[in-house]
Design a protein around this ligand. Structure first.
Ligand code: HQG
Length: 190
């Protein structure tokens, strides 16, 4: 077994393997054989057991990973960059407003060309401002953008939700976006 304090680093490696590595994941559903993943992780963590992997999946705060029903395959629920991976997602009716966290240095570009998925398959959209703020802070001074999700969907744009509750769009044109909050100041909603 691994010590608990190794879990976070091991989870980062796991998410890299399951989202960004061509070597393990199948295009159909993004599944990777658990045995292959254990072998890959043991290069860094020789004492890793299947129970560790189960604990990492169960303890993950964002529900990043799932096992299939047989327990023989594992996948990341979202965040992939490998082209062609198809993860089935729900298309529930969204709330009127959702949120995208970004960094202030990206704003000019975002309001020119809209949100693009950049290195991932989809733009990631949060269901609450607090989460968006944390996502944005990963890139610099955080800015929370308000996204008019209801209008977006009524205009015919697809909007999906991953198994772990992250909303995903192929792109978001700038007319659906406004700055809600930046650098600690709360601006008018439009
Ligand atoms: C920005 C984490 C310039 C976009 C989080 C973002 C999330 C543009 C960055 C998940 C742009 C891409 C994803 C444009 C978008 N011009 N910049 N036209 N369009 N951007 O990391 O959303 O911990 O690929 O605003 O919780 O930050 O990995 O996406 O700032 O859910 O599970 O380009 O990653 O989840 O950055 O984060 P990312 P993200 P995990």
């Amino acid at each position: 077994m691994l010590l608990q304090h190794h879990y976070q680093r091991c989870s980062k490696r796991l998410s890299y393997l399951l989202r960004h590595s061509h070597d393990y994941i199948s295009l159909d559903g993004g599944w990777a054989p658990v045995e292959h993943i254990l072998t890959a992780l043991r290069k860094t963590y020789p004492q890793l057991e299947r129970a560790d992997l189960e604990a990492i999946v169960a303890q993950d705060q964002k529900g990043r990973y799932s096992f299939d029903s047989s327990g023989s395959r594992i996948r990341a629920n979202q965040g992939h960059s490998v082209p062609g991976v198809v993860i089935e997602m729900e298309r529930p009716e969204p709330p009127e407003l959702l949120y995208h966290g970004t960094a202030s240095r990206f704003l000019d570009s975002i309001f020119q060309e809209g949100l693009r998925p950049m290195s991932r398959q989809y733009v990631h959209i949060s269901s609450d401002p607090a989460t968006a703020r944390i996502v944005g802070a990963r890139h610099g001074t955080p800015v929370v953008l308000l996204f008019r999700a209801g209008d977006f969907v009524r205009a015919g744009h697809p909007l999906m939700r991953s198994a772990n509750g992250v909303w995903q769009a192929e792109a978001v044109p700038p007319e659906y976006l406004s700055v809600m909050e930046r650098e600690g100041s709360h601006e008018a909603l439009d």
